[in-house]
Write a protein that binds this ligand. Structure first.
Ligand SMILES: [Ca+2]
Length: 249
């Protein structure tokens, strides 16, 4: 459990508190918002149920389902948000998976929310702020704090920074522990938050898997000898084992 408090000044009581709950796998499973902090109002809870690394259900304060989410096979590929008490809305995303529009369909398609962002994922305009959970790169945004959850780290879009160090530390091969995939954001990705992968690798693996292949041999753009490939493959095996679980979950 982690707690954030908001104060008007250093001497005053909290005017708002937010608590986060996590499970044993470090997944964010609960937010408790006390909108008036030390005031008389009670905190309101939200709970999240996961399938692997994706939130598939959002439960309200009573523990009843409020939203159900449908995911595709690609990294953070959100396909639909079903509000239990409302309608199904469909995200229209860009190449990063960022949701630019939410659409509803009832004989005809209607855009129910159009969202504008700055380059670092901060929402600059939203035509109809609803209780959607997913925004920049289709990761969950906690509007109570303005923070985006990325499994092992929270990201703060207004400052464009992670709030904590890379959980794998210097194993990332980067002296700066606050960077994402060594700043190679145009050709690397980190779907789980514990390593980086070449985007071409992920794309090839995904396509090969859909085509029914069980094994894929990857080579870098330079020419590799067979020994190079063996060494490369062995070093990657541990990652692949874990990754396979993620892909086949
Ligand atoms: Ca209170």
């Amino acid at each position: 459990m982690a707690r954030s408090e908001y104060h008007d000044d250093s001497q005053s009581e909290a005017t708002r508190t937010v608590e986060h709950g996590y499970d044993a796998q470090n997944r964010w499973i609960k937010t408790s918002l006390d909108a008036d902090g030390a005031g008389e109002g009670a905190a309101v809870d939200r709970f999240f149920v996961y399938d692997g690394n994706q939130i598939i259900l959002q439960l309200d304060d009573s523990g009843d389902p409020a939203h159900r989410y449908l995911w595709g096979p690609a990294v953070d590929q959100l396909l639909a948000d079903e509000a239990v008490a409302g309608e199904v809305t469909w995200p229209l995303t860009d190449h990063l998976g960022t949701i630019r529009d939410w659409a509803a369909y009832d004989d005809e398609t209607t855009i129910v929310n159009h969202i504008l962002y700055d380059a670092f994922g901060r929402i600059t305009e939203e035509t109809n702020p609803a209780d959607h959970l997913f925004y920049f790169t289709a990761r969950p945004l906690e509007k109570e704090t303005g923070l985006q959850n990325n499994l092992h780290r929270w990201y703060e879009p207004p400052t464009g920074k992670w709030l904590s160090e890379d959980p794998i530390g210097f194993d990332a091969g980067d002296g700066n522990l606050y960077r994402y995939v060594g700043n190679r954001t145009t050709d690397a990705t980190d779907p789980v938050g514990l390593w980086s992968e070449d985007v071409h690798y992920d794309l090839t693996l995904s396509l090969a898997k859909r085509a029914g292949y069980k094994y894929v041999l990857f080579c870098l753009s330079r020419t590799l000898s067979f020994d190079d490939v063996l060494e490369f493959s062995t070093a990657r095996q541990e990652k692949l084992d874990v990754k396979a679980k993620v892909f086949h979950a």
